[in-house]
Write a protein that binds this ligand. Structure first.
Ligand SMILES: Cc1ncc(COP(=O)(O)O)c(C=O)c1O
Length: 383
């Protein structure tokens, strides 16, 4: 591939910090994770940040901590990565998909209330592509119906809603540091909350349910016993990952500026191509620009999205599809009897979206290459 879909930006800072961690002899959750959590807390402005080994772990622990009765319903968007809804299934809950709004592809807040039943316990909004959902509306619905809000912020590290940082709003927010995220630790995640009780509970649940983690058991003051009050999970962040995260976080504003600049270049170029729809930014949102989506106007073209993907990849440019919506996936269709017409907007976008490369390691020339290639393919397959 001449231009891969993603390449992480890693410098000697990250490498030296990992080497330092390895030489220190302490690899698992310890001082580096603690430092990363402290710096992450400052960046978000929240009270608690818990380092985990994935965003999925954060979404799962959020539901575990709530102790909803089996069969409870969790409202979410179908336009997301499977992890968002899978964790509800793991807890024997029922994900209920609410259709998305055109333009942002976020959950359509005007359709949430019609899906609320006596079994509904939570809303899990996903800030798609890093554009914040309408959180005032979601929190108002949650308050009225006594629901918990658990935010999937895998795409939304730099996102704000009405100038307030995502991660400092709802009950619990889960971030991802997966390989292609806005900052990475290879694998990793961070759960933020301002709720002391939830933070204490999840801190224990992320490491088997032990009352003390290893760093605190083998500390300077000598060995002390842990106690087990509940069977937890193995979701803690290792110091080797945190060592990378510490330096990635220090570059987040620089990365974000580049993402913004390249998104603006795409926006300006694609505005001139009527066969393409690009996503919009609402007044209330400062987007993280995690991924850049184009939606093909298939009625103006002689190719399908999948053929378009083949064509652009054939020309050496890596692309992705975010997403073929979850209500269309065989598992959800079989288990929960979901159908395409349940979420018609998401169904329609699922057939025509694709994701172009967008990352700080790209150059302006790379962005121009993508623009020219897209324009050329469109001109070849215009109706
Ligand atoms: C919207 C969304 N939610 C959750 C996840 C899961 O993140 P992780 O791989 O850190 O568990 C992803 C990962 O791609 C995602 O895009």
């Amino acid at each position: 591939m001449d231009l891969p879909f993603h390449r992480a930006w890693l410098d000697d800072d990250e490498i030296n910090e990992v080497v330092d961690t390895l030489k220190s002899g302490w690899f698992t959750t310890g001082p580096k994770t603690h430092q990363f959590e402290e710096e992450f807390k400052k960046y978000i402005g929240c009270k608690h940040a818990l380092g985990l080994n994935s965003c999925t772990a954060g979404l799962h622990l959020s539901l575990v901590a709530m102790e909803f009765p089996e069969g409870s319903e969790v409202i979410t968007t179908p336009m997301t990565f499977p992890a968002t809804a899978n964790v509800a299934v793991h807890e024997r809950l029922r994900p209920v998909f609410v259709d998305i709004e055109p333009g942002t592809l976020n959950i359509d807040v005007d359709r949430i209330e019609e899906k609320i039943t006596p079994k509904t316990r939570a809303i899990v909004p996903v800030h798609f592509a890093g554009h914040a959902c309408d959180m005032d509306a979601i929190e108002e619905i949650a308050r009225k119906n006594n629901l918990v809000v658990i935010e999937d912020a895998a795409h939304a590290l730099e996102s704000s809603y009405k100038q307030k940082k995502i991660g400092n709003l709802g009950n619990l927010t889960s971030f991802s540091f997966y390989a292609n995220k806005n900052i990475t630790t290879g694998e990793g995640g961070m759960l933020t909350t301002n709720d002391d009780v939830l933070a204490d509970k999840i801190r224990v649940m992320r490491l088997h349910g032990l009352s003390k983690d290893a760093w605190n058991r083998f500390g300077k003051s000598g060995y002390s016993h842990w106690e087990l009050h509940t069977p937890g999970y193995k979701y803690n962040m290792p110091d080797i990952s945190a060592a990378i995260g510490i330096h990635q976080l220090r570059k987040v504003n620089r990365f974000h500026e580049l993402r913004k600049r390249y998104s603006a270049m795409y926006d300006a170029a694609f505005k001139e191509i009527p066969e393409l729809e690009t996503l919009i930014t609402k007044d209330y949102a400062t987007p993280a620009h995690h991924i850049y989506i184009i939606a093909l106007r298939l009625d103006c073209l002689t190719i399908t999205r999948d053929r378009f993907v083949e064509e652009i990849q054939g020309r050496g440019i890596g692309v992705g599809v975010h997403y073929v919506a979850l209500h269309l996936q065989p598992f959800y269709r079989k288990k929960f009897k979901t159908q395409p017409q349940d979420c018609p907007v998401a169904t329609e976008y699922s057939e025509r979206v694709l994701t172009l490369p967008l990352y700080p390691k790209m150059s302006v020339q790379d962005v121009n290459l993508v623009i020219e290639t897209v324009a050329d393919i469109i001109s070849k397959f215009r109706r």
